[in-house]
Design a protein around this ligand. Structure first.
Ligand SMILES: [Mn+2]
Length: 306
């Protein structure tokens, strides 16, 4: 597979929506693990746009069901604008988080781009968590547990209106993969909104291949495929460097197959890489694993396939 579109790496160094500090160092850890050079070695053109600026993390308790809402909105506005600009230039934005609340900004921009270009959107949400909380049902107020709900129109106006249209996306465009930790109120809301979730039990019973065949079904040449890759999707045995580990995630081989099958579609058009937490990592091995998997997402093949 060859990809002609240049990649734009957009670093977003904040842990503003997270439950523990440290994801703010994620972009730098991915750079130390040579993300740009490794992708360029596969013939890709990669521009590192550096890091976006934004407010510090005041580390305060929640107010009205949200922690740091003003700062979360500011960061997401910047992410929206940077991702939208990259898409308008014909680039493939790779948002390097940062915690997962930043996907509100990036996917709002992707959805806006798709509306303006008449493209269909499919969002693959690779994560241990459904991230479908609202201020009414969240146990913590951490906004990194709310991005999918906000994108579907359930959240504060500052976050739901970023891309100009509410809701930014329909739950129908989302496929969640790897889910294994959902809060009780969140679970009810996921069912109510009919979110399509391939949880770990589904992957255990049906296998990653069948799961991905379903998640990638009905893509056509007019589909913009966005992947939101939360590093806690991976089993913590291989990926300890995240803030919210949940046992029982995909193995190395399952994760590779997932990425390779996405690459095979040739439709990947934007990417988030989030929740990498170097403060909790061991000698940067989770960042190196993430880079390895991102290479596969962009077409590195482990097999001698043509
Ligand atoms: Mn997440």
């Amino acid at each position: 597979m060859s990809l002609s579109r240049p990649l734009s790496l957009i670093g977003v160094p904040t842990d503003i929506g997270a439950s523990v500090r440290g994801a703010s160092m994620g972009p730098e850890a991915l750079r130390v693990a040579q993300l740009q050079a490794r992708l360029e070695a596969h013939g890709l053109t990669v521009h590192d746009l550096g890091n976006l600026p934004g407010p510090a993390n005041p580390w305060l308790p929640p107010r009205d069901g949200y922690r740091h809402l003003d700062e979360v909105v500011q960061w997401n506005r910047s992410v929206h604008d940077a991702v939208f600009e990259a898409l308008q230039r014909g680039h493939l934005p790779v948002m390097l988080g940062g915690d997962h609340c930043l996907a509100i900004g990036s996917i709002s921009a992707v959805a806006r781009h798709c509306r303006e270009q008449g493209k269909r959107l499919r969002v693959l949400w690779l994560d241990a968590h459904a991230d479908f909380n609202t201020s009414a049902i969240t146990p913590s107020g951490n906004v990194h547990g709310m991005p999918v709900a906000c994108l579907c129109g359930h959240g504060p106006a500052g976050l739901t209106t970023l891309g100009g249209v509410v809701p930014a996306i329909s739950p129908k465009v989302v496929r969640q993969i790897g889910i294994r930790s959902v809060d009780p109120g969140e679970k009810r809301f996921v069912h109510e909104q009919d979110l399509e979730v391939f949880d770990m039990r589904y992957i255990d019973e049906s296998g990653m291949r069948h799961t991905m065949e379903l998640a990638l079904a009905t893509l056509d040449e007019n589909t913009h495929l966005h992947v939101s890759f939360d590093v806690d999707f991976l089993d913590p045995d291989i990926a300890p460097g995240v803030g919210t580990t949940v046992p029982g995630g995909p193995t190395y081989r399952e994760a590779q197959l997932c990425m390779e099958m996405i690459a095979d579609t040739g439709r990947l058009a934007s990417l988030d890489v989030v929740e990498l937490n170097p403060a909790l990592d061991l000698r940067n091995r989770t960042a190196e694993l993430a880079v390895d998997l991102i290479e596969s997402l962009f077409g590195k093949s482990t097999l001698m396939r043509k």
